[in-house]
Design a protein around this ligand. Structure first.
Ligand code: UT7
Length: 336
């Protein structure tokens, strides 16, 4: 039997309208545009201001655009996986809510959580349903309302995160394109450095947990930074070497957008130029599971069939990994 691969055949995204600038943040906490730009590289981020809207709000926007752009009827979709750390509710899954909101009825859907590596984990998982020929049209969406767990009195975390969503459609191909290889990893020792202390089964919500601000993101920036720099670069270089990809033959690195310095360190280790790296951290900040599809969405018209593309992430868990894709279509032919 001919080997089936999963290939991305379309990209959609949605970012909220409200722009939270560094100057506005400087009025909330003791920080400055200069500090945030030098240490993180973020100028502004998008925030969901609509009342009683969660991650499914942006996720639905991204999936709707994806369906329209790819001329796909909701009935044709077999599976939808939503990567998120900020689900609308503990249950049901945000994937179920997005599916309902866009009219997907002939499918199953579930959420997947792997911190900032969620999209990569979900893409890898989705590709297996295609490769085994059990599912033909699979949507992977990364959707986050990070602002719902950010403490806007904590200057160490509040400049970093933003809200948004991106989605891709995966379909089978027998051509020499698509998801070629992936390496995903975890090391649970890192779980103490980046997590949400309360609200789960270990520490259910109570007045005490609220008083102690334990529902917000807790991050020890420096250990996370050190691990991110080494692990994201290691796995990306390993992927290049394994597939004989050189800096000259790599078209694009699509890195998780957590910190400009982490992105630059990864690119340096890979020996590639900044022009080969998709970077939009300045405008959207760290949207956790949505950073990678937001990059692909913005760069879609520059992507060409056969391009060697490496996606790389690092996040809470710790989780990290890289996926090597031979890009499947000429983005400039896609209707806007
Ligand atoms: O996506 C999930 C994975 N997450 C990451 O990859 C994040 C990795 N970590 C980082 O990106 C960086 O560690 C941060 C951006 C979080 C922090 O940058 P840093 O260069 O590690 O700063 P730091 O925590 O060592 O703080 C340096 C100084 C401290 O002051 P002192 O003790 O030197 O006087 C902080 O209090 O900067 C201070 N500081 C700030 N100053 C102005 C911390 N946050 C701010 C701020 N504005 N927003």
């Amino acid at each position: 039997m001919t080997k089936l691969r999963a290939t991305i055949t379309g990209i959609g995204a949605y970012v909220p309208e409200y722009i939270l600038t560094n100057d506005e943040l400087s009025k909330l906490v003791d920080t400055s545009d200069e500090w945030i730009m030098t240490r993180i590289g973020i100028k502004e981020r998008r925030i969901i201001k609509e009342k009683e809207e969660g991650s499914s709000f942006v996720g639905t926007g991204a999936v709707k655009q994806l369906l329209e752009k790819t001329n796909t009827s909701p009935d044709e979709v077999d599976l939808l996986i939503c990567a998120t750390v900020t689900p609308d509710h503990q249950f049901p899954a945000t994937a179920n809510i997005i599916s309902d909101k866009v009219g997907i009825k002939n499918a199953f859907s579930f959420d997947l959580t792997a911190g900032c590596s969620g999209f990569l984990y979900a893409l890898n998982t989705a590709s297996k349903f295609i490769e085994t020929d059990s599912h033909k049209k699979v949507i992977v969406v990364g959707a986050e309302k990070m602002s719902s767990i950010v403490d806007y009195q904590d200057r160490a975390t509040c400049p970093i995160f933003g809200d948004g969503a991106g989605a891709v459609l995966l379909e089978p191909t027998t051509e020499d394109i698509g998801i070629i290889d992936s390496k995903l990893q975890v090391d649970g020792v890192g779980r103490v450095h980046l997590y949400q202390k309360a609200g789960g089964s270990v520490k259910p919500s109570s007045y005490d947990t609220i008083d102690a601000k334990e529902h917000y993101i807790y991050q020890e920036g420096q250990p996370v930074f050190k691990w991110a720099v080494s692990k994201m670069a290691d796995v990306s270089v390993e992927m290049m070497e394994k597939h004989g990809i050189t800096p000259e033959t790599l078209a694009w690195l699509v890195p998780h957008q957590a910190n400009m310095r982490i992105i630059e360190a990864t690119a340096n280790r890979m020996g590639i130029k900044k022009e080969q790296v998709m970077i939009n951290i300045q405008r959207y900040g760290n949207t956790t599971a949505a950073t990678l599809p937001l990059c692909l969405w913005e760069w879609e018209d520059k992507l060409k069939k056969g391009d060697n593309v490496i996606l790389a992430t690092f996040g809470a868990g710790f989780t990290w990994g890289a996926i090597y894709i031979k890009w499947g279509y000429n983005g400039k032919n896609v209707k806007k």
